[in-house]
Write a protein that binds this ligand. Structure first.
Ligand SMILES: *[C@@H]1O[C@H](CO)[C@@H](O)[C@H](O)[C@H]1NC(C)=O
Ligand SMILES: *[C@@H]1O[C@H](CO)[C@@H](O)[C@H](O)[C@H]1NC(C)=O
Ligand SMILES: *[C@@H]1O[C@H](CO)[C@@H](O)[C@H](O)[C@H]1NC(C)=O
Ligand SMILES: *[C@@H]1O[C@H](CO)[C@@H](O)[C@H](O)[C@H]1NC(C)=O
Ligand SMILES: *[C@@H]1O[C@H](CO)[C@@H](O)[C@H](O)[C@H]1NC(C)=O
Ligand SMILES: *[C@@H]1O[C@H](CO)[C@@H](O)[C@H](O)[C@H]1NC(C)=O
Length: 388
């Protein structure tokens, strides 16, 4: 059994964060890539904006409508301004941004810190100021910046991301900056002053094992997350069909406690009741959006039984906890020892089940989450009431 001492060292307080006023808590919204890939157009983006409202997802906090790769076609030969694909976005991006704004939502676009995007559309390297200027004119609120087709350039990865950071800043419009360099250069260590969030991993895949791979890698960098700069283990797959309900509930729980961006990746125009339920639990979202903004991490691993306890502090002094059964075929109990949360074993602790939205009572020394199904979790809020 491994034990991790529970001290939240704020390694980030010495590095100043990107000063655009955005990303105080992890970003929430929708992105086209996980479900649609390149098969996007202005109709599907408008209908998605409408669906975010009609399903209540917007009200739950999912406000960014982010268009991923494949919206751009070419640069104008004289102005070098980037042009939307005329066959799929014939009304243009300014009109689409206006529509999204008219629904009370925010609008995001995608580009790349290389010569071409991953899908072979024009990249922004060498055109940062022109592109940033055009985005600001269109009233773009968010930029996801990818890392394909970038070699050879005369710049390091960090410099390529800084070039766009500075170009966005020069527009005078606050634009959320989401760096997507796949964790290559360990961006958690030095992207705090560059971006509002940085990917720590390769792309998520809609399977149990690859979802876990991303959140396990992301966990290594827990101490580098704080308001205005968060680790990003990639977007949500809930609703896309590759995992069971239970597994998606675990996905949502781990992303929430890890202060990961909550970017929905399914077709919300046709979302199931079960997926909506997983995405809109207000107490689970409150953990993700807690103003303290510190990333929860693994505090105990039992590799023999395949159980884990994840925990992280909340602004009111309580702890968010995920009691996780990674075992493939056996329901089992997961014990949360209060000493693993940094509390005395004599502490009296109030425990609430966040998914069930139900108080479970007061406990001393430890709390045992009983009968957690394979690949399942119990997500809890624990509040110290007295320490003898
Ligand atoms: C640009 O950067 C300066 C200095 O960091 C900051 O004060 C300002 O708010 C930034 N502006 C935008 C639009 O991000
Ligand atoms: C727009 O994209 C959606 C999703 O891929 C597709 O179902 C629809 O047929 C497309 N519409 C047009 C007009 O291309
Ligand atoms: C690197 O290339 C970019 C884009 O062509 C150019 O703007 C920049 O001045 C170059 N930097 C150096 C140090 O040569
Ligand atoms: C809507 O979702 C259901 C299952 O949830 C699926 O069978 C159906 O094909 C989807 N329809 C569209 C248009 O995507
Ligand atoms: C792990 O499993 C063994 C065998 O089932 C059991 O005796 C032990 O109590 C379990 N440990 C924990 C921490 O649940
Ligand atoms: C849990 O706490 C109880 C007292 O409330 C104690 O008897 C028991 O040994 C503890 N179990 C573990 C695994 O620490």
């Amino acid at each position: 059994m491994f034990f991790f001492s529970f001290v939240f060292l704020s390694l980030v307080s010495i590095i100043s964060s990107l000063d655009n006023g955005l990303g105080k808590t992890p970003q929430m919204g929708w992105n086209s890539w996980n479900h649609f890939g390149c098969r996007i157009n202005e109709t599907v983006i408008r209908e998605t904006a409408d669906a975010l409202i009609s399903t209540g997802l917007a009200k739950a906090g999912y406000t960014y409508v982010n268009v991923d790769d494949c919206w751009a076609s070419a640069r104008d030969s004289t102005t070098k301004f980037i042009q939307p694909d005329p066959s799929t976005f014939p009304s243009g991006m300014a009109a689409l941004a206006d529509y999204v704004h008219s629904r009370g939502l925010l609008f995001g676009l995608y580009s790349d810190a290389g010569y071409e995007t991953c899908a072979g559309r024009p990249g922004s390297f060498g055109y940062e100021d022109i592109d940033a200027h055009v985005y600001a004119q269109w009233k773009v609120d968010y930029l996801k910046y990818d890392n394909c087709n970038s070699r050879p350039t005369n710049c390091t990865i960090k410099e390529r991301y800084e070039r766009m950071r500075d170009a966005l800043n020069r527009t005078g419009r606050p634009i959320f900056y989401s760096a997507c360099e796949w964790g290559e250069m360990l961006p958690a260590l030095w992207f705090r002053s560059v971006a509002n969030s940085w990917r720590t991993t390769g792309d998520i895949v809609d399977t149990w094992l690859l979802m876990l791979l991303n959140i396990d890698i992301n966990n290594l960098f827990w101490s580098f997350a704080a308001p205005h700069g968060f680790n990003d283990p990639d977007m949500l797959e809930i609703g896309n069909g590759g995992m069971t309900y239970n597994e998606y509930r675990t996905h949502m729980s781990l992303w929430s406690i890890a202060k990961a961006p909550l970017l929905i990746g399914c077709d919300v125009r046709n979302i199931s009741k079960e997926s909506l339920e997983l995405l809109t639990n207000p107490e689970v979202i409150a953990v993700n959006q807690d103003p303290l903004g510190l990333q929860g991490k693994k505090v105990r691993i039992d590799p023999y039984n395949g159980t884990e306890v994840w925990a992280g502090p909340l602004v009111d002094g309580s702890m968010a906890v995920v009691a996780f059964n990674r075992n493939n075929d056996m329901s089992q109990a997961v014990v949360v020892s209060f000493s693993d949360l940094g509390w005395k074993t004599t502490s009296q602790v109030k425990v609430r089940d966040l998914w069930a939205r139900q108080d479970l009572g007061q406990f001393q020394c430890n709390y045992t989450a009983l009968n957690i199904e394979p690949h399942g979790v119990q997500m809890l809020k624990m509040t110290l009431i007295a320490s003898e």
